[in-house]
Design a protein around this ligand. Structure first.
Ligand SMILES: *Cc1c(COP(=O)(O)O)cnc(C)c1O
Length: 366
């Protein structure tokens, strides 16, 4: 059998390494379980006793439910503490510490570079192109540089944070084809639920080097619970599993996540997502015609990226009014930009009101 891209790219020093063998990896259906130094009675605060024992490292019921939600097989999923853990595990598994290389397209989500830095990996940047249609990754350049630098992980964020723009599936498939056996193409779909472009999950059968990151933090409104999933070829999942902590998903989180992706909750989530999309489009339109706004980027996510004539003035007015938006000015190419998360109707109205009042007068803009 030919090796998968993940088998080719796994750190050579981890060959044959299968990770920590926890007490929960023994599958014997025992009546008396005394192999993990757990306490014989529940904590008084733990009414059901669900937390007395170490949890299943990859809880079967949640794994099946998440597989169903994303339309894949359980062996294609790794559950973890948000997609942040997925990003870290990719580095740990496929980048030699202190020597590996990853590719990113800034301005982009900061965790890719942070994890790379902590791991001692090199970060090669191919900046997004700021075009009339919006920010676009220079994918051919990224693929060429990945090959030239020997990068093993290439991060794409779609819809992009902070740009809000989506990358087409054809473009992702082209990069994946160019990098087959050379580099994993990680598609971070944290905002995928708000986006019209389909999921890269549909391309997994054709590309063993595509890795999709999903999270319950955004559209599913569970940022505080820390639940994410890596979806990829089974050999990629197997290799990453060995790099993961023994018990990544706490028991109370398993029950909450199960309930959060029940049919009823998913239906409600879809309705809410449609509502957020309408609020986003309304917010974007109002911002686009506001004096003092240079540019509003088209967004497929639950936030909008806005360039301002007087960002400092607007940001301090918002702060004075008790409103927090994200200051993007430290990001490359975004020296005049803020990112506004779409709130509910009244929150958005208040943001618009304060921004309008804070804008410099027309004649000052001239
Ligand atoms: C918010 C966000 C995530 C989500 O991280 P979690 O660890 O799942 O909460 C991942 N990627 C991007 C680009 C994000 O903006």
């Amino acid at each position: 059998m030919a090796m998968s891209t993940a088998q080719t790219l796994r750190r050579a020093d981890l060959a044959g390494f299968s990770g920590y063998k926890s007490a929960r990896s023994d599958t014997l259906q025992a009546d008396i379980v005394l192999n993990a130094n757990e306490f014989p009675w529940s904590n008084p605060a733990d009414a059901t006793g669900a937390c007395r024992r170490y949890p299943d490292p990859q809880p079967g019921a949640l794994l099946s439910a998440m597989a169903g939600l994303y339309g894949v097989a359980p062996e294609q999923i790794l559950l973890g503490r948000g997609s942040d853990e997925g990003i870290e595990l990719l580095l740990r598994t496929f980048c030699a510490p202190g020597r590996g290389t990853v590719l990113i397209a800034p301005p982009v989500f900061g965790m890719y570079a942070v994890c790379a830095r902590l791991h001692g990996a090199q970060v090669v940047e191919v900046p997004l192109l700021d075009t009339r249609q919006g920010f676009k990754p220079d994918l051919d350049e990224m693929a060429a540089l990945a090959l030239r630098t020997g990068a093993t992980v290439l991060f794409l964020c779609t819809p992009g944070n902070p740009t809000g723009e989506a990358i087409s599936l054809e473009d992702i498939s082209r990069v994946a084809r160019q990098l087959h056996q050379h580099c994993l193409v990680v598609v971070d779909e944290a905002y995928g639920e708000f986006c019209e472009t389909g999921s890269s999950v549909s391309m997994l059968p054709a590309h063993d080097n595509i890795v999709v990151l999903k999270t319950l933090s955004k559209a599913y409104a569970l940022a505080g619970a820390r639940v994410g999933a890596v979806i990829a070829h089974p050999t990629t999942i197997e290799a990453m599993r060995a790099s993961q902590a023994p018990y990544p998903i706490p028991e109370p989180v398993v029950s909450l996540a199960m309930a959060a992706i029940s049919n009823a909750a998913v239906a409600e989530t879809r309705t809410r997502v449609e509502q957020v999309k309408r609020l986003r489009d309304a917010l974007s339109q109002k911002l686009a015609v506001m004096p003092g706004v240079r540019r509003v980027y088209p967004s497929q996510a639950n936030f909008v990226l806005v360039r301002l004539v007087a960002a400092e003035q607007v940001l301090s007015a918002l702060r004075a009014a008790g409103i927090l938006v994200r200051d993007m000015r430290a990001m490359p190419g975004l020296g005049d930009a803020i990112r506004i998360t779409v709130g509910d109707e009244s929150e958005n109205a208040r943001v618009l009101e304060v921004m309008k009042e804070s804008m410099p007068l027309q004649r000052e803009l001239a």
